[in-house]
Design a protein around this ligand. Structure first.
Ligand code: IPM
Ligand code: MG
Length: 370
């Protein structure tokens, strides 16, 4: 049996509470003989700042580099509002994304039939929804230079962020989207603002050429990012794979998340390049939701996004396709049985705590494993 090296970075806010629900699942899969996991833990975000004055230490970065996959909870919170910009909690996340070169962020938005009524949209618009948003994650305005606040000397200041994309950055994330589409509904919708932004013009041209040269069999559509936002809440089932840049992907994935009933449901995978030697690719898995400081420590958080992030990790990094399917099935069964956390509560269902939901999924997985 292969041993998979997993680094857990629970982070801040509800991060540790939801991460706690994953460990027993790993233990259970180990006991069932499905796989062996070597789990280490580290600090990222505000907790790392408190411990060492940085948003992630070099030692924990080395652990991340050595791991087969990283699982991250969430970072940030008002407690760290005053810390210097370059050591703020989010800087830990950005260091991980940048140094592990996790350029492709996969954010699936799947609406469980049992949750169609928890969505803010009408049931028929979201029932059966299954789309994949691919967000570029190591470029664009998040990392572009200059990024600064200038003092103009006349009582005025100027804030600057830079949106910048090179051809190869667009191509490599584009390939991820086209490859995914081939395994799904065979359609990619690429979103940018070519009507306003030069980087959008380039994005559009590069994706068009990539499609023509390498993926002519996939159906490609371009939409302006603002219009795509509108279409997401008007008729979300028209989409299969959505491909977009770092900033638009951040915004649009929050919208896509809410279609599923709650942002507490959405997992994500951040992937690097496939190893030339045919080995694994670097990968980090995290829920799309943040640290939710308002509900931290109250046992209200929904652990499903975290648990489904673990399932994505099993499938994508460890090749444990069946085990991943079983974890997802356990989640679906628990929801179908009318068990909910506070965020997805609807009349006639039973509300569980974070730990209660974790245990229910654990017990259902144990049952499925026989
Ligand atoms: C996300 C988050 C992060 C981002 C925050 C926490 C910095 O919103 O992963 O979507 O903006 O990328
Ligand atoms: Mg976001």
């Amino acid at each position: 049996m292969t041993t998979h090296k997993l680094l857990m970075l629970p982070g801040d806010g509800i991060g540790p509470e939801v991460m706690e629900q994953v460990r027993p699942l790993a233990t259970l899969l180990g006991q069932a003989g499905v796989a062996r996991f070597e789990v280490e833990t580290g600090l990222v975000g505000g907790c790392a700042y408190d411990a060492c004055g940085r948003a992630i230490s070099d030692a924990d970065m080395a652990l991340a580099q050595a791991a087969d996959a990283v699982l991250l909870g969430a970072v940030g919170g008002p407690r760290w509002d005053g810390v210097p910009y370059d050591v703020r909690p989010e800087a830990g996340l950005f260091r991980l994304r940048k140094e592990l070169q996790l350029f492709a962020n996969l954010r699936p938005a799947v609406c469980y039939p049992a949750l169609a009524d928890a969505s803010s949209l009408k049931r028929e618009l979201v029932d059966g929804l299954d789309l994949m948003l691919v967000r570029e994650l190591t470029g664009g305005i998040y990392f572009g230079e200059p990024k600064e606040i200038l003092d103009l000397g006349n009582g005025q200041r100027r804030g600057i962020d830079t949106q910048v994309y090179d051809t190869h950055e667009i191509e490599r994330v584009g390939r991820v989207a086209f490859e995914l589409a081939r395994q799904r509904g065979n359609k990619v919708t690429s979103a940018e603002k070519r009507n306003v932004m030069k980087s959008g013009v380039l994005w559009n041209e590069v994706i068009t050429a990539l499609h023509r040269n390498e993926y002519p069999d996939v159906h490609l559509e371009h939409q302006l990012a603002d219009s795509l936002g509108m279409q997401l809440v008007r008729a979300p089932k028209q989409f299969d794979v959505i491909l977009t840049d770092n900033l638009f992907g951040d915004l649009l994935s929050d919208v896509a998340a809410m279609l599923t009933g709650s942002i507490g449901m959405l997992p994500s995978a951040s992937l690097g390049a496939a190893d030339a030697a045919g080995g694994g690719r670097r990968a980090l898995y995290e829920p799309v939701h943040g640290s939710a400081p308002d509900i931290a420590g109250k046992a209200l958080a929904n652990p499903i996004a975290m648990i489904n992030s673990f399932a994505m990790c099993l499938r994508t990094s460890f090749g444990l396709v069946d085990a991943a399917g079983l974890v997802e099935q356990a989640v679906a069964n628990v929801l179908a049985a009318g068990l909910r956390t506070d965020d997805i509560r609807t009349p006639g269902t039973r509300t569980l705590s974070t730990g209660g939901m974790g245990r229910a999924i654990h017990d259902e997985l144990a049952r499925l494993l026989g």
